[in-house]
Design a protein around this ligand. Structure first.
Ligand code: MG
Ligand code: MG
Length: 256
């Protein structure tokens, strides 16, 4: 796929994205509180959609073009499912690792964020995977300073993940976000320091480490959306929409 254009945002546009991000964060919080054994993924999806719409937003993922238009508000990916799992009648079970990804459009701007969490009691390996993946997100954000390059962000994420013996996928990446859910630049979870686009104030990125326990390889299920680890090993995913500024990066998909 050709790289999409990088769109520099004004401070006012970043503020609009922050408002979209707050609604998106609230939707994810509502879902987080519903996570327990026995809840269906469709129930989680419905709660997120209601929260977004009652705050004047629209779900960014619904009808997103693919093999067929994406049918839901959330992507919900369980265990070996890495990203893009479709909500339905499946019930969460104790021991599952569930990844919830949500996008909100508010006043023309998109916010995109994800988290993973354990359901009930989870294994020590699952706990470690969740910790390492969330840490990788914040390690990446800590490199999002002007004059650093995309490769600095990507390499930091890859180094953190691989230092724990885990893997990052090659086919799915972070991305610029703004009026469109997918803008330039692509921000892989692997890379080489000092390479790639130089960051500058006004660049807004959905940074999203995806981590697999056993392999970097993935495949897509017959529903043509759900991406799973090729070896069936456990996976996790954390994401924030972040703005590069003159000083510290700003997380636009935080609750506060
Ligand atoms: Mg996302
Ligand atoms: Mg994203």
């Amino acid at each position: 796929m050709a790289e999409r254009a990088v769109v520099i945002k004004s401070q006012q546009e970043i503020e609009s994205m922050r408002l979209a991000g707050k609604v998106n964060a609230k939707a994810l919080e509502v879902v987080r509180e519903l996570i327990r054994p026995g809840v269906t993924t469709a129930e989680l999806d419905k709660a997120a959609e209601e929260l977004i719409r009652s705050n004047g937003g629209t779900p960014a993922f619904k009808n997103y073009p693919g093999a067929y238009p994406y049918p839901a508000t959330l992507t919900i990916s369980i265990n070996e499912e890495l990203v893009h799992g479709i909500p339905g009648q499946r019930k969460l079970q104790s021991g599952d690792v569930v990844s919830i990804d949500c996008g909100t459009v508010l006043d023309g701007f998109v916010a995109d964020s994800a988290f993973s969490a354990g359901v009930g009691k989870i294994s020590a390996e699952a706990e470690k995977l969740l910790r390492v993946t969330e840490e990788a997100l914040f390690v990446g954000i800590s490199k999002m300073y002007k004059e650093n390059r995309i490769g600095d962000v990507s390499a930091a994420i890859q180094e953190h993940v691989e230092s724990h013996g885990y893997h990052v996928p090659r086919e799915y990446t972070g991305h610029g976000v703004g009026r469109q859910m997918h803008e330039g630049p692509l921000v892989p979870n692997f890379g080489v320091k000092n390479r790639g686009l130089q960051l500058r104030p006004g660049i807004t990125i959905a940074l999203e480490p995806m981590v697999l326990v056993g392999t970097h390889r993935t495949r897509v299920l017959s529903d043509q959306w759900t991406v799973v680890s090729a070896d069936g090993s456990l996976t996790a995913h954390f994401e924030h929409t972040v703005a590069v500024t003159e000083s510290d990066p700003i997380i636009l998909t935080a609750c506060e």
